[in-house]
Write a protein that binds this ligand. Structure first.
Ligand code: BDR
Ligand code: CA
Length: 323
């Protein structure tokens, strides 16, 4: 069983990832922490409450950061063009949802939960890395207590999706992401190199709805705006299932190719939010900001069709596809 804290900014693809984690038989979802990103944190939190209520997800929700870790930085890139003004495809989520919130801020919830299960918890972070960065700043020993960190973010050998250099989750809080990557815990970075290859077509989702129950129908309804964005603005017939792909890495890492080496984030300037790895194999550099930093793992390849099957099996049948 994988004990997981899911750090998220719902978000359409976040919603799919949440249903995946909730239904996957090998995942024990200990909690959900929210962060600003696709929309403001009040809305991402409200969306998490909505999804928990609709999908009867018992895991607690803790509200997290609403701004970047460096207060002098402004994140003014609204993603409403991608996810809708409400963050869930403009399906008409009620303004307030009567569903409990954990009283602790997200980073405290993360610290307490990891300390309650030392060495057992995987943090799966699919929004800005702000909550994780706040957690390690407040409790540096956390790095030695977490089992694994898996993040959706970054773009290594491909362009970004906010600028040519930067992917949204990293671009939205570069200093936080850099801190997460240089912390001595194991981070696997599931970035655009693989998520832009993992495209779920509208037909594939429609077949899931045919075979599935009401929660799958809701997932499909809230995904239509996002599918339309990918069709009209990106020129893709389907949707990139970024956050679910990161969740699949948790249960089926064998479907990915990874490359090791320290990762730094460009903080400021033309390539703000860019992710650059100094691969452990190959040319050696001396006297650079990568020196002495821990090796992390960047995904460079993916068996995309099989990842989609793993997502479908979990969401529609609550089943795991064994390696
Ligand atoms: C990431 O940014 C957000 O819009 C998505 O939810 C995903 O986590 C993709 O760049
Ligand atoms: Ca997300």
């Amino acid at each position: 069983m994988h004990k997981v804290i899911f750090d998220t900014d719902p978000g359409v693809d976040d919603a799919m990832a949440l249903l995946f984690l909730h239904r996957h038989p090998e995942v024990d979802l200990l909690g959900v922490t929210t962060v600003f990103g696709n929309v403001a944190v009040d809305l991402t939190t409200r969306n998490a409450q909505f999804l928990h209520r609709e999908w009867k997800i018992p895991a607690p929700i803790a509200k997290g950061a609403g701004e970047t870790i460096d207060p002098s930085r402004r994140d003014d890139r609204a993603a409403s063009v991608v996810h809708g003004a409400d963050g869930l495809g403009n399906i008409g989520v009620p303004e307030a949802i009567d569903w409990p919130l954990d009283p602790r801020p997200a980073h405290e919830f993360i610290i307490d939960t990891v300390r309650a299960h030392p060495g057992e918890v995987t943090l799966v972070a699919v929004g800005r890395m702000t909550n994780l960065a706040l957690a390690v700043k407040a409790d540096p020993e956390l790095a030695g207590l977490v089992k694994d960190v898996i993040v959706m973010g970054g773009a290594f050998d491909v362009n970004g999706n906010v600028t040519p250099a930067a992917e949204a989750n990293i671009h939205g809080d570069p200093e936080a992401a850099d801190l997460v990557f240089i912390t001595p815990w194991k981070v696997t970075i599931v970035g655009l190199d693989v998520t832009m290859k993992t495209i779920m077509s509208a037909d594939y989702l429609a077949e899931m709805v045919e075979a599935g129950d009401q929660p799958v129908k809701l997932l499909s309804d809230l995904s239509q705006y996002y599918i339309d964005f990918y069709r009209s603005r990106v020129g893709i017939a389907g949707m990139a299932v970024h956050d679910s792909t990161a969740c699949v890495y948790l249960v089926r890492p064998d479907l990915f190719t990874v490359r090791s080496g320290p990762v730094r984030v460009v903080c400021g300037g033309l390539a703000d939010g860019g992710t650059i790895q100094a691969p452990d194999r190959g040319r050696r550099f001396v006297g650079t900001p990568w020196d002495g930093q821990p090796s992390q793992w960047a995904c460079t390849g993916v068996e995309a069709e099989r990842v989609l099957e793993v997502i479908r099996a979990a969401i529609v049948e609550s089943q795991a596809i064994p390696a």
